[in-house]
Ligand binder design. Sequence first.
Ligand code: ADP
Ligand code: ZN
Ligand code: ZN
Length: 724
Amino acid sequence: MGEVQTVEVAVDVPLHGTFTYLAREALIPGQRVLVPFGRRKVCGIVANAIPREGVEADRLKEIEASLAGVPPLPPEFFSMVEFAARYYHYPFGQALFTALPTSLREARDVVLPDETLYALTDRGVSEPPPARQTARRALWQALCDGPMTIARIKSAMPRAGAVVADWLDRGLLKRETPPSVPFEVATVPVLNDEQAAALAALSSGEGFRAWVLQGITGSGKTEVYLRRIEAELAAGRQVLILVPEINLTPQLVSRFAERFPRTRMALLHSELSDGERLRAWVDAWQGRAGIVIGTRMSVFVPLPKLGLIIVDEEHDGSFKQQDGLRYHARDLAVWRARRDKVPVVLGSATPSLETVANIRAGRYERVSLTRRAHGKASLPVIHLLDVRHLKRVEGLAEPAIDALRRRIERREMSLVYINRRGFAPVVACTECGWISGCPGCSARLVVHLLERVLRCHHCGHEEPVPRACPSCGNIDIKPLGEGTQRLESALERMFPEARVLRIDRDTTARKHAWDAIYRQVHAGEVDILVGTQMLAKGHDFGALSLVVVLNADGGLYSADYRAGERLFSQLVQVAGRAGRADVPGEVLVQTQWAEHPLYQALRANDFDGFTETQLAEREAAGFPPSTFQAVLRADAPRLGDACRFLESVSADVAGRHPAVLFSGPAPALMMRLANRERAQLILEAQRRAELHACLDELSACAADLARRAPRALRWSLDIDPQEL
Ligand code: ADP
Ligand code: ZN
Ligand code: ZN
């Protein structure tokens, strides 16, 4: 029996800390092992190996085996997971497993196909095996056409192993490392002055810099990324590009593939099979992939030669994970760039208010692109249609109908954009502008029509829905943000000659659905596109000349204080679909609130003005980014249990943290979900450190109290929540 060691092992369970096991062989931190846990056998990751010292060895369980297939995970991976687990107050083991691809979480060996390529040397090409050795001759012939993996060699010639070894020995064959540094660049457009200046800025300095590339839609941000990436690849470094799930389209990938045809790319997104994801993950981790493009989870992938991180559409909500380890990939990307001493570029037409606040505080540096890059393309003209004074048919105002008709006649494509995002409805008066606000805090009251109450989801205040406007007496007050259904069929009735294509979650759910959509759109087979916010993302639909926006008002006066920011960003994106090519674009926004500053800023293309007012509002109300927030959520079959639990946590902790404001408990916006009732406790502080000091105690207290609460109670903690 060899030396006995004790090792600390991280396991995917909701308990803090690691678990101690005995090991009979030397293990390295980062190694995957098979361990008994309770009655199961699970995959564990060795967190560290310490020599045995005064441990009651007979009480410890033994590691069953080490799991083969991949090298140990590197220390950088651990340090990032450790940071995330600490910052988001989540058990380390679970955080670690969240950051791993599925195949590496499973309690079995993994098998990676050997991707080494074998190629004939010059001598190999000029010295063919004699023709009578038919099998060897055939293999030689196949290799003349190009390098092959061992798997393909063996399918061409069974038992080729000995031949390969022999040829390698005699210098007829060589192993080719897949291209990672070698790259060649396709023809590229000449950068305009703004792009050149942006590129120069982003290339300046050494080590960590946090840049914000703020460029209007179509201003050529991607082109600037590509140039910046080119420089990293030329220096033999890797680039990590984080994109929203919905933006990881074949178009984006082929743009990269065309630009860097010999660079190995690792793609990481949710549509991959486990095997594909593992392959991509390992390629990135082993430094073989020069370019790594992925959605939020790729922020954790170990990258030995990392030179640059890009977060495209950094404002996008999909960078925040909404369950389990509730991390924000953009924020972790910035943390990682700082640790690895590399620059990070956050790109967007409409940076998030958090990012704007960081620019103002001097933590991030901004570089702007203010003009469209392509030929004559200019920004679209935005008109506000005041629907209070216009006749409507099926929700469409007459000027919008006329505009659509003109486009159909001119054979140009239009887009009708319906804002259906679940804005929590508030009650408003269209006469005097009164909005249902909470008397107890700065949040807005949300209408619950079934119960006929207005409710504050911040502090829990409740009151009946008023019959008339409390401010002017107008009886025509109603919830904002009702949905528009039937629009597709209405358009088809109105314009029987037009070809209408609907794009929403249903029509795009299937794999490759987007390919078909792009084909139809680019083949000119569509007159009117109808769709929801999916269309607001970075899709290039070519010659769109008109965009009609319906139902945007719900975002103006939502109970969610981020709704305005989201609405503005969506409208900028959707307006950006218009006029990308040589056809100038027009955008018609139907609204009851044409004078609202958000629409005025949109029309004037005044992002900075808009963020100015938003930041001021947030500051006045004490909302992020001027404060820091966390929310403790609980759910149980009965609301009372959830509320009581939150109350006890609050009662236990609040007194010791006067710098932290506790609001609630209050029912969640969606109080009932799947037969469970949900409540929340909101915490706010002026300084992050104050909040986190409180959260350390709070999460321990919650865990403790939950053990004594009714069994069915569940709780979670969300740091920097995106939705309340
Ligand atoms: P963004 O990422 O800001 O939306 P893109 O980089 O996709 O912008 O550029 C928009 C369009 O303009 C693309 O079709 C792109 O090929 C083109 N483009 C970008 N830069 C230039 C340039 N310097 N000259 C000509 N066309 C350009
Ligand atoms: Zn009124
Ligand atoms: Zn309130």
